[in-house]
Design a protein around this ligand. Structure first.
Ligand code: DSN
Length: 435
């Protein structure tokens, strides 16, 4: 790849050559190695430009029409555009596009709808949940009483699904104020209808954390957790949170959708409850991403993301790995390394693959005997490489490279050769901003 930071950021190169050199190396890394982290993607050039726009100069505490600073006439239009596009995309009654991140979006829901000490039922962290779903080292686990549900035991391609009986029993016994569904490492579609019924049976609020699957929903390949006409009105989640930078392919950030019943409480929780001045340059980039997500090409892209993930999962099974739940319905898959080699931890496998130019992350598998720092699994996702144009043929090649690298992990020459093959493959699929 002959293009570098100086081609894309000529002013940075002139003003700060030291930083430009680092950007240059990161651009090379992103374009010459495989990006298989399920929560990453390549944004469009338009999203990058909006993120780098003059809106970064502006303070805008408050909301459109109700700011605490002057000079927000154009900022208001930007934020309204982002909110309106987002509401249309999901058929939502209310949208807040100010959360700086997914964690802030979740914090906003807890601050707005709960009191400290309230009981919340969420997915176990070692079975797919997120830090903000009650980890003891996170504010969520420290300020609220989180209890958890898990997945059913492994059973070919029918096990390792959310255990609805367990969830329902815990909900009835503990009567949580809030039920949180949605995960960071759960490869299967979550049907919102039975969860709505459970929440209604105990008068709980239902939140869906769509951080990972928001783009799939917008692209029509995952059911809308707010409910659909087929479910009838009010049959979905009350609140949906998500990040804008994963499958949604926008800038790094978060957002909240809700029914109008909770709109005021949620807006107040984000500002002034949790955050100060919104990042309007990022909100502008969110508006661009929501426009891009409304186009037919985006739906086509999301179908290819899922198709690629399914093919990658099957091909990794052929390489001798077990995939959690026997495959995937989404953009991500979780590999259990213990069948491939019980001695190989997720940490070691991640480091070996890094050396081979294959970027992914270690992840606990359900009922993992290893700690979250070591783990027995790897998580892979296809959003980023699908954005570059890779398809099912390339996924077969990627699975073979992963298998070879991990089988011959003690052979440095093999890892160097694979790194070279990866670079050749990637050179045929340049990511934005190279295209
Ligand atoms: N960003 C999330 C993920 O990688 O799934 C974790 O916060």
């Amino acid at each position: 790849m002959s293009l570098g930071a100086s081609d894309f950021y000529p002013t940075v190169s002139a003003a700060d050559p030291e930083l430009a050199a680092i950007l240059d190396r990161e651009l090379t890394r992103q374009s010459s190695t495989l990006q298989l982290i399920a929560s990453e993607n390549f944004t469009s050039r338009a999203v990058l430009e909006a993120t780098g726009s003059v809106l970064t100069n502006k303070y805008a505490e408050g909301y459109p029409g109700k700011r605490y600073y002057g000079g927000n006439v154009f900022v208001d239009r930007v934020e309204e555009l982002a909110r309106d596009r987002l509401k249309a995309l999901f058929g939502a009654e209310h949208a807040n596009v100010q959360p700086h991140a997914g964690a802030n979006a979740n914090a906003g829901v807890y601050i707005g709808l709960l009191k400290p000490g309230d009981t919340v039922l969420a997915m176990r962290l070692d079975q797919g949940g997120h830090l903000t779903h009650g980890s003891p080292v996170n504010f969520s686990g420290q300020y609220y009483r989180f209890i958890s549900y898990g997945v059913t035991p492994a059973n070919g391609d029918t096990g390792e699904r959310i255990d609805l009986d367990q969830l329902s029993d815990i909900a009835k016994n503990e009567r949580p104020r809030l039920i949180v569904v949605g995960a960071t490492a759960y490869p299967r579609i979550i049907d919102i209808a039975p969860l709505r019924e459970i929440a209604d049976s105990i008068g709980a609020i239902l939140m869906f954390d769509a951080a990972h699957v928001a783009g799939l929903i917008a692209g029509g390949v995952y059911p809308n957790p707010l409910g659909s006409s087929e479910h009838g009105p009010n049959k979905g989640a009350d609140v949906v949170t998500f990040t804008t930078h994963k499958t949604m392919r926008g800038p790094r950030g978060g957002a909240i959708l809700s029914t109008s019943q909770y709109s005021q409480a949620l807006d107040k929780a984000i500002f002034p409850g949790l955050q100060g001045g919104p990042l309007e340059h990022v909100i502008a980039a969110k508006a661009v991403a929501f426009l891009e997500a409304s186009r037919p090409e985006f739906a086509n892209y999301q179908s290819r993301v899922v198709e690629n993930a399914k093919v990658l999962a099957s091909a990794l099974e052929v390489e001798g790995f077990r995939t959690v739940s026997g495959g995937t319905d989404t953009h991500l898959l979780l590999v259990d390394l213990t069948k491939f080699d019980p001695e190989l931890s997720g940490k070691e496998a991640q480091e070996v693959l890094d050396a081979a130019g294959i970027t992914c992350n270690r992840n606990q598998i359900p009922y993992d005997i290893r700690s979250p720092f070591i783990t027995s699994g790897l998580r892979f996702g296809t959003p980023a490489m699908t954005t570059t144009g890779m398809g099912t043929d390339e996924m077969l090649e990627v699975a073979a490279l992963i298998g070879r690298a991990l089988r011959e992990r003690n052979n440095e020459d093999t890892l160097a050769a694979i790194r070279n093959e990866v670079a050749i493959l990637c050179s045929k699929f340049p990511p934005p901003p190279f295209v």
